[in-house]
Each structure stands twice: as C-alpha cells, then as structure tokens.
Design a protein around this ligand. Sequence first.
Ligand SMILES: NC(=O)c1ccc[n+]([C@@H]2O[C@H](COP(=O)([O-])OP(=O)(O)OC[C@H]3O[C@@H](n4cnc5c(N)ncnc54)[C@H](OP(=O)(O)O)[C@@H]3O)[C@@H](O)[C@H]2O)c1
Length: 351
Amino acid sequence: MQYRYLGRSGLLVSRVCLGTMTFGMKDWGCDQKEANGIVSAFVGVGGNFIDTADMYSTGVSEEMLGKAIKDHDRDDLVLATKLWFRMRKGPNAKGLSRKHVVEAAEGSLRRLGTDYIDLYQVHGPDWFTPMEETMRALDDLVRTGKVRYIGCSNYYAWQIVKANAIADQFHTQRFISAQHMYNLVRRDIECEILPACVDQGMGMLCWSPLASGFLSGRYKREEQPPDGSRISYRKDIDIPRYYREGAFDIVDELVAIANETDKSSAQVALAWLLHDHRVTAVIIGPRLVEHATNCLVVGDWGLTDEQYERLSNVCPFKHGYPWEWIEMTYGNIGGGEEFTPPHVHHVMKRG
Ligand SMILES: NC(=O)c1ccc[n+]([C@@H]2O[C@H](COP(=O)([O-])OP(=O)(O)OC[C@H]3O[C@@H](n4cnc5c(N)ncnc54)[C@H](OP(=O)(O)O)[C@@H]3O)[C@@H](O)[C@H]2O)c1
C-alpha cells in the first residue's frame, strides 16, 4: 500500500480509502460480519484511511465501523466522518450551525466508540449559516482534541476558497481536503474544484470512483441493470447520473485495458483516478470482502501514461467556458518564457 500526504498537511493516508456507506445499508449493503471482514482485509494490506458519515444508515454505519475497528489499533487508523444531514427531527438537527456541529461531533464519537475523529468533514454547504460560525465551531473541536483535521465535501470551488480565507482571517483551522464525486463518467470537478484544491493546498478524496459500480463492467448496453445490483436499487439516482452518452464506450476501453493488463475493469477505473496526483485517495465502496480485496490492488498498482491517455480520450471532457477562451487565447499573451513555473501547471494542464 502506498500513502500520500493529505493536502498540505503532514497526515499520511493510504491512497485507497475504505468507504463504509454499504455498512448496514438495506438492499445494497452488508452486515456486521461482512463489515468486520472488509475492515480486516483493508487493514491487513496496510490501509489506514476509513471514511464514514453520521447519516449513513442513520448512524448504523458509524456504529458498525466502531465495532469493526475494535480488533485493530485505533491510533494506526485515520478515521474520517461527516456531518450536515438531518439526523433527527427538530429545527437545529441539521446543517452547519455551531449548535449542530458540536452535537453531531459528539454523536459520531459515541457511535464510533473513539475519543477523536481524525478528519471531520462538512458533508455539504449550508447556505444559511455564516461560514465564520462553522469554521470557528470546527476549530473549537480541534482545539478541544475531539478532531484532528477538517475537510469539506460537495462544496463549490468558491465556497472552498472562501472558507479557507475566513479561516486565515481568524487564524483557525483550514480545510485540508475536499471529498467530491469523481470517476471516468463524471469529471465535473476538473473544471473548478480540482484547480481550487491545488490552489488551496487541499487533497481530493474521490467518492463513487466506480460510478456506483457502473465502471466494473457489470452493466450492459440497452439492458436493464441486473437484479440485485446497486444501480437496480437506485435507478432514480444512478441512471440519470451515469447512463450518459459515451459511458458504455468508456466501459469498453476499460475492459480492453483490463484484458491487456490482467486486471479487472474496476481496478483500471480506480487506477485512472490515482494517476492524477491532484487526487489523494479513491474512496472504495465494497459490499463484499471480495470487492475490497479486488479494489485494494490499486494501493500500489498503476496505469502507464499511454493507458491513462487512452481512457481520458474515449470521451474527452469539455471544460466549457471560460476554459475554452483561456486555452484559445493564452498562447497569445506569452512572451518567450523559459519554463512554466510548477505553481501554474494545474491551470493549463491536467495532472
Ligand atoms: N461525500 C459524499 O457525498 C459521498 C457520496 C457517496 C459516497 N461517499 C463515500 O464514498 C464511498 C464510495 O462510494 P460508492 O459506494 O458510491 O463507490 P463506488 O465504487 O462508485 O460504487 C460501489 C459499488 O460498486 C460495486 N463494487 C464495489 N467494488 C467492486 C469491485 N471490486 N468489483 C465490482 N463491483 C464493485 C458494488 O455494487 P454492487 O452491490 O452492485 O456489487 C458497490 O456498492 C462511500 O462508501 C462513502 O464513504 C461519499
């Protein structure tokens, strides 16, 4: 297993992060026995980074994870969880107010059966609470030892930059990571979020790296999702999200590279994400021990540049405006510079 620094922090995390949204999930999830096996398989190959959230199965994922880590050394693990969703009735039982931030953290600590959370992430933006209030409340959790680092998820780029600017203004903790949907079919974050994270010295943790399993090759053109598959249970969400023009062409190329490399399509899809060093870790979402074992291979296996480009170009991602305008005109303002300084690489190039 290889490790990467999480953003501009000193925290080393395995480049495969174990996602636990399946733990306790009805229909497409797993029970405690399977969860214990998944955690053991993950830790057994050196995985140290585990992600959950208070809302996954309304607290059950955190409880199951808490039980599963009892057999392992807590201090060797980097436990990440999230807050934001509503966990119970009541006007303040949601969002990112100081009141809810503190209540949510205490609930997560209790369910996980631990004294501290390594990475506490806001699960989404709260349009109504001033960011100053949220950033201060998160900072208090760090100062009182309940949390080590803070991160965000599903934020717009401007919100990421604004939150960190507020943190700088108040000399409080900055976000060190973002957690966003990123996979070969949905590359939206390449436009604004990834460049913002590079600028802010933040790591990127990719959720749904297999597009809910679509990139495993299990789903076929012009066929309904097979019974019992994850997408068969979440048609309303996943079909509009992933059954897009060109998506099955991407799967064809994944299968071709999988055959050439003697790997699975899922492994190739995960390796494509990790080839870009702006990505810190892929958050895998195993339902079975066998899934975890399969995904863990990418902890220290990667694609060649040629394979990476082939996959990137099946369905070239259109960055839209203003990217197009910048690409078209930027060359005209150059003046014979000798080299491109590293801090601007992310502006014009991927990776
Ligand atoms: N921050 C956020 O808003 C957010 C949102 C979503 C997820 N997450 C995090 O990201 C993690 C991963 O997300 P995800 O579950 O959507 O990931 P994913 O990797 O895109 O999809 C996981 C699904 O793919 C299938 N699968 C998993 N491993 C496989 C393998 N090796 N071979 C073939 N099929 C495989 C399983 O479906 P079948 O049951 O059909 O086999 C599984 O349910 C979550 O656990 C959670 O921690 C965060």
